[in-house]
Design a protein around this ligand. Structure first.
Ligand code: ZN
Ligand code: ZN
Length: 173
């Protein structure tokens, strides 16, 4: 998944970049992601001025994630936009001269895989729900409330009133 600056800068037509990328390593740290399919990468590279190349397109895949409330497995379609501008840099720039929107590269050949992986990780959903109104699990017995109720008392007592409750109990004695 590489681009060649000079080749693209001199091309009349955009260069298409198709490929698949295994991103399973990139989600290793996410306990809510059980598996992720290889990403289908579909990008276009085109000249965008002197020593500058635009790369844009989409990354598609599918992840099996856990519902953040009831932990059910949820198949999540991933359709992630990709857009980066690369500038070929022959000499190091002073930090003040850097443009944050550009990615500076110093080789004629650029491997896109790390940028694709980074974009993928940035766009992964923080959490998913099996359905918008998922009722979640009982914190006491673990019953899935989407499947039925339980008889646990999960009433949370505000700590400020808990003190008062004790007061009244004492008076009753
Ligand atoms: Zn759920
Ligand atoms: Zn319960």
């Amino acid at each position: 998944m590489k681009i060649h600056f000079r080749k693209i800068a001199n091309a009349d037509e955009p260069e298409h970049i198709h490929g698949t990328l295994d991103v399973s390593e990139a989600v290793k740290g996410r306990k809510d992601i059980l598996s992720v399919s290889p990403l289908s990468v579909d990008l276009k590279a085109l000249p965008a001025g002197t020593d500058t190349v635009d790369v844009a397109g989409t990354l598609r895949g599918e992840a099996v994630m856990l519902c953040s409330r009831c932990l059910a497995e949820v198949r999540t379609k991933l359709d992630i936009p990709f857009a980066e501008t690369y500038r070929w840099l022959k000499q190091p720039l002073l930090p003040d001269d850097e443009d944050e929107d550009l990615i500076y590269v110093s080789d004629e050949v650029v491997e896109l895989a790390p940028f694709v992986e980074e974009n993928f990780v940035l766009h992964l959903p923080d959490s998913v729900l099996c359905k918008a109104d998922c009722l979640g699990l009982c914190q006491t017995c673990g019953q899935n409330w989407n499947e039925g109720t339980c008889s646990c008392d999960n009433t949370v007592i505000d700590p400020r009133f808990a003190g008062l409750k004790g007061l009244f109990t004492k008076q009753d004695d």
